[in-house]
Design a protein around this ligand. Structure first.
Ligand code: AP5
Ligand code: MG
Length: 215
């Protein structure tokens, strides 16, 4: 299956994408994770994009076009994929259309996860991530066994630089201005399915699984 998973920052795209990936045995492509890995590695791409991520603004479309074209052209994408965080602008919808056309494949469905803005801010402010293995925690909803330490690899957990209150509010504005048109574009194409993203992660995953079965 080829799925786009959309929703406001912090709605739980990454949390659900990992579960869907395991259930469907497809590739999970998080553009945010790829960009953060490039920053951590100090690569030329990382140096070009750091400021955008730290401030919560979007990386320019031409850079994203290169990144997604390269990633989806690799052989591991042929078994299907979940796109988490792409496309995020109207131009990126066209970029994805071109890539899919070249690969002679089509999207099956676009899921839109939703939750209240209050819930989003609480999920993002409490998020902690492991710089070692990428595991994602939440201080209240998904705490690690030993405070501040990753259960998987023992690294010290950190907060994402864009998870401060002021950057969270900027990211929500960017979502409304630049990404809502993407939602509307897919709604017009009849590909959009809205999924209630409130409640605990397992309940949300069951909603997604049911919707996958019907797509
Ligand atoms: P990206 O990494 O994609 O960030 P985002 O869209 O802001 O979304 P998040 O990753 O913050 O949240 P999520 O929805 O994955 O939630 P999660 O599952 O972690 O992008 C970051 C930046 O990269 C962008 O700002 C931009 O600069 C750049 N970028 C990326 N893609 C780009 C593109 N296409 N074009 C241009 N620039 C791009 O959950 C959040 C927290 O809540 C966690 O702590 C989790 O444990 C907790 N949680 C999850 N589900 C639940 C639940 N049901 N109940 C309670 N807590 C929950
Ligand atoms: Mg994410």
């Amino acid at each position: 299956m080829r799925i786009v998973l959309m929703g406001m920052p912090g709605v739980g795209k990454g949390t659900q994408a990992v579960r869907l990936r395991d259930a469907l045995q497809v590739l999970h492509v998080s553009t945010g994770d790829i960009l953060r890995e490039a920053i951590q590695a100090g690569s030329p791409l990382g140096k070009r994009v750091r400021e955008f991520l730290d401030s919560g603004s979007l990386v320019p479309d031409d850079l994203m076009a290169e990144l997604i074209t390269e990633r989806l052209s690799r052989s591991d994408a042929t078994r299907g994929f979940i796109l988490d965080g792409f496309p995020r602008t109207a131009e990126q919808v066209s970029i994805l259309d071109r890539v899919l056309e070249t690969l002679t494949v089509k999207l099956d469905v676009v899921f839109l996860l939703s939750a209240s803005e209050e819930e989003i801010v609480s999920r993002l402010s409490g998020r902690r991530i492991c710089p070692g293995c990428g595991e994602v925690y939440h201080v209240d909803n998904r705490p690690s066994g030993s405070a501040g330490v990753c259960d998987q690899c023992g690294s010290a957990l950190v907060q994402r630089p864009d998870d401060t209150r002021s950057v969270i509010l900027d990211r929500l504005k960017v979502y409304k201005n630049q990404t809502l048109p993407v939602v509307e574009a897919y709604r017009e194409r009849g590909l959009l399915q809205e999924i209630d993203g409130s409640g605990d992660p397992s309940t949300i995953f069951e909603r997604l699984r049911t919707a996958v079965g019907q797509s």
